[in-house]
Design a binder for this molecule. Structure first.
Ligand code: SF4
Length: 544
């Protein structure tokens, strides 16, 4: 071999650098073939993709939604998200040239597909979880829930709260006042310069000031109208760029964007349910846990969540639906402890007597009637006896300075809280809570740190939900492919479809559309052509 200074490339003049067949552009076990197999197996019309059930019509045909879905799936797996970049890659990336059979959709077509099919993308994401469940990759007994903040396509400055609007109006008032004073001073100066007391009317400095004051007044009117609009609506923030993005805080982080709620299964850390919201984690425990339980079709489910999800109504709803929730109890604001007074923890409930026992050993009895508190909870009030408290040596640590007796409000379903508290004090609770972050942080860590997905490219709930569905689908898809390996993944997709076709044939009491040996060898056939899946799509819902 000749000695060389550096490695040298091929000559640009050399013909046939690429294989003559597009089929040879990618290797037999290239993951792009897994994307092809999976998308070909989907019943896109049933999943709701636009144009999926289109017949032959006059005029220029649209792109097959299957091709655009393959493009997006490939793009999101390979950190290519923008429609313009996807357009470029479709022209120069050999794997994409193979996947799209040399089709080159424009960026507008690509972008519109993501916007128009947000619901269908959610459905594909769900269908993949069902496939993972069929393949036994989902445990279905223990899940963890958490929310992650993602930046929206909006800046913090484009979102206004009532306080920010009020501050803006106050600042504008100050500015207007200062300019008004300048105008008056200007007029006085001009009057002093002319013996007749009139200005020279040359439209100079005074006109500039007048225009600026008008501009500020218009700005103030807009801010005032925005503030009144917020007061009359249920919204707490006004977002000018992305109407659904909100200022959200977690720990020391504040972003303008969305909170992505995810339910992650313990077995292989797959995302089994998710939703994009624009509020905090509070109040989403039951909805997310129920969505996961229904999708997994299990009788009972253990759910782990952090203290941000602690909510009594959610805990009750979970218990009613057979969901065992592990959520660290909220410590409250600790006002009484800070004042050195007894808090609820110092009183014990005696279920047999239906009374609370105070630190002095006396009973607080229930009063007649029920009361609805400010958050809508129906409560029963328990009161101590005034005469007993008056003589109690502990009264300084128990009663408010002007109170004559102690009162405790008990939620009508407080037994739910007591059972939850006992569960959190059980031996396995500590171990489960330690596992919580390991389960739920896996997808967020992968998506945010490894893929770099920390923000959405689109605006508005629907489009953002569509984009999140693509992110979650790509996370699950890559994970399943890594767990099973290429061969087993392809065989598993084929098996899932075969089983469904058998089930359909049994149900309809009619023979299969294709002879049995064909299905046995479907794994091999899949790699050469997606004809079988096309048949499957015509015959049944396929993977849906
Ligand atoms: S003040 Fe009344 S309620 Fe409080 S510890 Fe004494 S007896 Fe019990």
């Amino acid at each position: 071999m000749m000695n060389r200074t550096f490695k040298s490339g091929e000559s640009r003049e050399q013909p046939s650098l690429l294989p003559p067949r597009i089929e040879d552009y990618v290797g037999p076990d290239n993951p792009v073939r897994a994307i092809e197999s999976y998308v070909c197996a989907l019943n896109l019309a049933k999943l709701g993709f636009r144009h999926a059930d289109r017949g032959v019509e006059v005029g220029q045909p649209p792109y097959d939604p299957a091709d655009l879905l393959k493009l997006y799936l490939y793009g999101y797996i390979n950190q290519i998200r923008s429609s313009r970049r996807l357009e470029r890659e479709a022209c120069r990336n050999l794997e994409l040239i193979w996947l799209l059979k040399n089709l080159k959709p424009g960026y507008r077509t690509i972008a519109n597909f993501r916007k128009e099919n947000w619901k269908a993308l959610k459905a594909v994401n769900r269908s993949f979880v069902l496939l993972a469940r069929e393949l036994g990759l989902v445990g279905g007994s223990l899940v963890a829930i958490d929310g992650a903040l993602f930046h929206g396509d909006a800046s913090k400055a484009s979102i206004f709260t009532r306080r920010r609007l009020a501050e803006q109006i106050a600042n504008l008032d100050k500015e207007i006042e200062a300019y008004g004073k300048s105008l008056e001073d200007n007029d006085a100066t001009e009057a002093g310069q002319r013996p007749d007391g009139h200005g020279d009317g040359d439209g100079g400095h005074g006109d500039d000031l007048g225009a600026r004051v008008k501009e500020l007044m218009a700005k103030r009117s807009r801010a005032q109208a925005d503030l009144e609009g917020l007061d009359t609506s249920e919204k707490r923030q006004l977002s000018l760029t992305d109407p659904d993005a909100r200022l959200l805080s977690k720990g020391d982080q504040t972003i303008a964007g969305y909170n992505v709620q995810s339910v992650v299964d313990d077995k292989h850390k797959l995302i089994v349910a998710s939703e994009v919201v624009n509020s905090s984690d509070a109040g989403h425990l039951h909805a997310m846990a129920k969505a996961a339980k229904e999708l997994l079709e299990v009788e009972s489910l253990q759910v782990l969540a952090d203290a941000g999800y602690y909510n009594s109504a959610d805990l009750k709803a979970c218990e009613d639906d057979g969901i065992k929730a592990y959520v660290p109890p909220s410590e409250g604001n600790g006002v009484l402890e800070k004042q050195g007074r007894f808090s609820l923890k110092d009183f014990s409930y005696d279920a047999a007597a239906d009374a609370y026992r105070c630190p002095a050993g006396e009973l607080l009895r229930p009063t007649k009637g029920r009361f609805t508190n400010t958050s809508g909870r129906v409560e029963i009030r328990y009161l101590s006896r005034k005469a007993v408290c008056a003589a109690c040596p502990l009264r300084a640590r128990c009663l408010a300075p002007k109170a004559a007796q102690r009162s405790i409000a008990r939620w009508e379903h407080e037994d739910v809280i007591e059972r939850h508290r006992a569960r959190m004090q059980s031996a396995d609770a500590d171990e489960l809570m330690r596992r919580r972050s390991a389960i739920v942080e896996h997808p967020f860590g992968t998506l945010k740190c490894r893929a770099g997905y920390r923000h959405f490219l689109v605006r508005g709930f629907n489009k953002v939900r569509g984009e999140w569905s693509l992110m979650a689908l790509c996370y699950n898809f890559t994970r399943v492919l890594n767990i099973l390996g290429f061969e087993r993944f392809i065989a598993a997709v084929a098996k899932a479809i075969t089983l469904r076709l058998h089930a359909l044939a049994d149900a309809l009491e009619r023979p299969l559309l294709a002879p049995e040996p064909l299905w046995r060898n479907v794994s091999t056939i899949l790699r050469q052509s997606c004809l079988v899946f096309r048949l499957g799509r015509l015959a049944v819902g396929s993977v849906d």
